[in-house]
Design a protein around this ligand. Sequence first.
Ligand code: NAD
Ligand code: UFG
Length: 345
Amino acid sequence: MGKKILVTGGTGYIGSHTVVELINAHHEVVILDNLYNSGISVLDGIRDITGVKPEFHQIDLCDKERLDAFFAGRDDIDSVIHFAAYKAVGESAEKPLMYYHNNLNSTLNLLDAMIRHGISNIVFSSSCTVYGEPDKLPVDEQAPVKEPSSPYGNTKQVNEQMIRFTVEAGHPIRGISLRYFNPIGAHPSAKIGEAPQGIPNNLLPYITQTAFGIREKLKVFGNDYDTPDGTPIRDYINVVDLSKAHVVAIERLIDQKNKKGYEFFNIGTGRGHTVLEVIQAFERATGQKINHQIVARRPGDVEKVYADTTAANQELGWKAEKTLEETLLSAWNWEKAYRQNKNEQ
Ligand code: NAD
Ligand code: UFG
């Protein structure tokens, strides 16, 4: 049996799906989360799917002393997948220091602890937001990192650099940043999924909540972009496919198959869809009509971005597998199961 993998933010949306895939791949997992944006009941969902309830510790990564106390005397962990962060782009523009504080201090404390406790491998959650509005599509990893359009996006750039420079300084750490495109959907069991608090900012939870009758109508932010139907194009990646990319990335580090100490990969499908295409595909997949209305553009939105995934396909041996329709159906099934569960509580 290998050593355990620490998953920070492991009760969150992408973290919980990744924990399931790690357990499915026979890894032992330890979760750290402060439960700022997730609930402890997620552990039951993971247990229902996998038969394993992972070890959990409620710790804030910004609390350096508690983090140190956690690592002290633990020689059973050699790898970390680091999801824990705040992630709302709009909120980060309103409260920049809150985002810098959480998203930078947490990684700083983690890297520091990794060095002191001899933990070698880190996979980090980055975002295609680092490319801004790309000059060339599909965008590959050689594309320049652009001026950040939000404090959130800036924290992703700085986090990547923190890991890269730590590796390059000769510390015994290897790292991979995964630049996610737009993660959507839920586990096909509908036992875990995305549970945003308040009014959702992202397209998919807004669509499923509109279908469920919680929101009256979806506002489509602009139809005057230079795209076939005028609405912006994104690369929507199934969260289970995305989670599997973390399994291969951490195994690459554990098995020391990485060619360089620090690497970064795009994780998307390679295909772009407009907002109207997503609405139509959701209606086809679920039979639910989505009441929607075109409104003004949302400030800060890029026009089109989708991934060149050649590097992830060839180097990691990973490829997105699920169709857009099955992904949208999984999001709808999760929304229904989640609401039913809430009602029963
Ligand atoms: P999420 O909010 O569901 O999960 C993040 C988890 O981290 C939450 O459970 C939260 O409680 C925890 N957390 C936050 N700050 C913490 C701290 N200081 N200490 C301990 N725990 C803390 O978000 P998600 O959608 O699962 O995103 C996971 C990661 O992926 C984030 O780093 C996010 O920025 C990145 N990402 C997400 C998307 C997306 O669209 N969801 C896109 C690109 C990148
Ligand atoms: N959209 C709407 N109406 C809504 C919500 C979204 O029309 O109510 C549109 C947006 O304008 C955009 C598309 O749906 O064209 C996708 O929007 P999301 O908010 O779901 O996703 P973004 O592409 O804006 O943002 C995502 C992640 C960020 C990350 C960014 C990188 O949520 O964390 O990708 O580009 F920084």
